[in-house]
Ligand binder design. Sequence first.
Ligand code: PNW
Length: 457
Amino acid sequence: MASYSFPDDFTWGVATASYQIEGAVAEDGRKPSVWDTFSETSGRVLNGDTGESACEHYHRYKEDIALMAQLGIKHYRFSIAWPRIVPTGIGPVNEAGIDFYKRLVDCLQEHGITPHATLFHWDSPQALEDRYGSWRSREMAQAYADYVSAVVSRLGDRITHWMTINEISCFTHMGYAANQIPVHAPGTTVKTLKEVWQTSHHAVLAHGLGCQAIRAASPGPCSVALVDNFTTTVPLIESSEHIAAAQKAFGSLMSNGGIIFPVLTGAYNPDLLEKLGADAPDIQDGDLENIHQPLDAIGLNIYFGSYVQASDNQQGYEVLDFPVGYPRMHMPWLHIVPESIYWSIRHISETLGRPDLPVFITENGCAAQDELRPDGTVIDSDRIMYLRQHLKSAQRAISEGYPLKGYFLWTFMDNFEWAWGYDRRFGIIYTDYPTQARIPKVSYHWYSECIRQNRVV
Ligand code: PNW
């Protein structure tokens, strides 16, 4: 057998998100999301960039899907914009918004590409922010579930792979902060850490109510998953003592113990709760049952990890800072830790005790300082280096028997990278924003060859 091969039925895909690519923010009845407001507020996004046009994917989706087909992927993960479907957050459904996703999915299916839809990737309706501070209010969880019912009852004949929410820690713990200015929308400064934890509690509750809404509204069998971005603890050396330290450290970390733990095990991690003390969120009777819904898969967005070593201190482990010169890609946090893919999957099986649960890497990729050369090529050998190491780590997990079923590369084309605007490029296609030309980078051709040979090349 060729080295680094994947199973024949392995899911190869790419991922995107609505606000990062669609543009057309005021068309066909869409109303503002918190990211429109946030990016239009000066100083919040680098260079004053906004998602007003982004990649104009709303109008160019046919061209984009043709490029996906040429790449050879059979699966595409995208997100549906709540403010297109229920523009005022709660209330009437905008059928013109639904129609866009019908056109998109029909075009995907004509090209033999299976749609995987994320129901929420951070673009909350501004109307709900104005009404009750969006995720600060418990009412947001029910509003989300009602929006989900509206989508699934209308698109459930075309879409059967659903992901409830993308990266709860990012739009809660980075969208709200105690006594400092948060970097993500809505960018609200609150007084206590407890208020921040309350927003993520409302979001895990929304996930749970969303799961129930999907199953109730779907016309046939479907797959339901959460997309999480826990911080992967990686043993500094793969010896039994450091492995035990990494497993112990896993649940005590900020967002891990309060998101993936209640979702997969039905309880917040006790070490985390002890650490939070009075800052722990209020949890009402029945919440944990609602949050702990049966899932068909878990999606993991893995970009890096944190090394952990065993220690004689009271907790028995130490989460390590990176040495000053540690290699990273073009983001301050993007340290290159390829084993994070393997360990993220092993944590699901062993640390969280769910060896039964199929895993999808729903995002992995990197920003690089891409240069469009005079001959019209982009030679991103650094991105290929990053991706190759991470795919080998994914292949290792499969070869050891862990249930990794698929990999979605982040991202299909350069797009609106949140607080960094268009300054950071994560795509395997170069987006030339002034002309909106799509220029496949060398990594696109490399990924295509991996898919064709069904192995890491
Ligand atoms: C993810 N961090 O966000 C998101 O799902 C994507 O929308 C985004 O474009 C992509 O990763 C690249 O950033 C992250 O600070 C945001 O560690 C922040 C972090 C990680 C992922």
